[in-house]
Design a protein around this ligand. Structure first.
Ligand SMILES: Cc1cc2nc3c(=O)[nH]c(=O)nc-3n(C[C@H](O)[C@H](O)[C@H](O)COP(=O)(O)OP(=O)(O)OC[C@H]3O[C@@H](n4cnc5c(N)ncnc54)[C@H](O)[C@@H]3O)c2cc1C
Length: 358
């Protein structure tokens, strides 16, 4: 039996029932056809798809069913207008290599999403975002195998119903407890330009010494973002335990009633990922701020300290090398309870939990 720890950035997870690495689209489709989804399926009896394993927390007892590692590669491009190129990447492509490739081809749009681990195919699932950009703004469609319908389908950006760290794909999984959609490929519309999208994130603007809304060479945004991410332990480095994580472990809470927030807590507008319009009556705050102000500092650890908050960023829970999944869960529960007690706000975890829960 193969341990799944080797397939996750937490370096955690017990054995898989069966593990298959699908390097071609035919192999992916064949796996799905062999594993149709019935609505009565229970999550712990279904299948698991793994891309880069950078947003997964898998139980120490493993996953006693079939696991498929998505390892397909390939990128195609078509010029769709004077200014835009449509780029389709197979699901198993490495995300950051894909970002670098598009920039190298003179296409801009993805530069602020540099340095994020994982595969292209996982990016629409939780609407990956960083430094003021989300993939929702650039994805035109996603090709999936729908295990419930037993066929390949193309879902438009509107059908994907993107939200903050969520999409129709993720919601379907949360509803049924099983992965209804396997992403086969993702299509993006990118500008043929060496100039970045307008810089929207204050810390990035400051690092670039520009104003919010300015544009700069896209390659410069990539370099700055990677520099900033590295300083927070948000670029994978096997020698740095601060990066043995799933990145941010909690999403930033969105509140209908911001009155419970202390005056000094950060408040951000909540915007619709597709239109950019502000959603009235909703306020986003910072999970990192809540964690810090509930008394959990960088490097906070419990018990023997096998798992701790990152020494560079309070939002990342990390494996210090000898942790078990249960250590990470115990640490997460301590942080959730502390924030709840101090602010009355329930933090929501961002990674997908497999055969375990908070
Ligand atoms: C150091 C670090 C920094 C990070 N920074 C960010 C960040 O800035 N912003 C951000 O949004 N995220 C961030 N993340 C989280 C993570 O990198 C992203 O969510 C990424 O998109 C996950 O990709 P993956 O291929 O590793 O997915 P996996 O971890 O392999 O899988 C995640 C989920 O997607 C499913 N899945 C994977 N591939 C497919 C597929 N082809 N079809 C259907 N389902 C699939 C899995 O079953 C699972 O439910 C970070 C993680 C780390 C470790």
């Amino acid at each position: 039996m193969t341990d799944l720890a080797g397939f996750t950035t937490f370096h955690l997870g017990g054995p898989a029932g069966n593990l298959r690495i699908a390097g071609t689209r035919d192999e992916l489709v064949e796996f799905c056809r062999e594993h149709p989804l019935s609505l009565s399926a229970r999550a712990d009896a279904d299948v698991l798809f793994i891309g880069g394993g950078s947003n997964l927390l898998i139980s120490d007892t493993g996953f006693d069913a079939d696991v498929c590692v998505v390892a397909t590669t390939g990128v195609t491009m078509t010029e769709t207008s004077d200014v835009e190129t449509r780029v389709t990447a197979e699901a198993g492509e490495d995300w950051d290599e894909f970002v670098a490739f598009t920039l190298g081809c003179g296409l801009s749009g993805l530069e602020a999403l540099s340095g994020i681990p994982g595969s292209v195919g996982a990016t629409p699932i939780q609407n990956v975002g960083a430094y003021g950009t989300e993939v929702a703004e650039l994805i035109t469609s996603v090709e999936v195998f729908d295990r419930l319908a037993g066929q390949v389908r193309h879902l438009s950006a509107v059908e994907l119903e993107f939200g903050y760290r969520t999409s129709a794909l993720k919601r379907a999984q949360q509803r049924t407890g099983a992965a209804q959609y396997l992403v086969l490929s993702v299509t993006f519309d990118l500008q043929r330009s060496s100039e970045s999208l307008p810089v929207r994130y204050a810390q990035l603007a400051s690092a670039l010494d520009v104003e919010i809304g300015d544009t700069v060479p896209a390659s410069l945004v990539r370099t700055s973002v990677i520099f900033l991410r590295r300083s927070k332990g948000m670029v994978l480095d096997v020698d740095d335990h601060d990066t043995w994580s799933a990145g941010s472990f909690f999403t930033n809470p969105i509140l209908d009633d911001p009155a419970k927030l202390p005056d000094e807590a950060p408040r951000y507008p909540v915007t619709d990922p597709l239109s950019g319009a502000t959603l009235e009556g909703r306020t986003k705050t910072s999970a990192a701020w809540l964690i810090e102000h509930a008394g959990f500092t960088k490097g906070f650890r419990i018990g023997e300290g096998r798992a701790s908050l990152s020494t560079k960023h309070t939002l990342a829970l990390t494996n210090r090398g000898q942790a078990a999944t249960e250590d990470v869960l115990e640490l997460a529960r301590t942080v959730v309870d502390g924030v709840k007690e101090r602010f009355g706000i329930a933090l929501e975890p961002e990674p997908t939990f497999i055969a375990c829960s908070l």
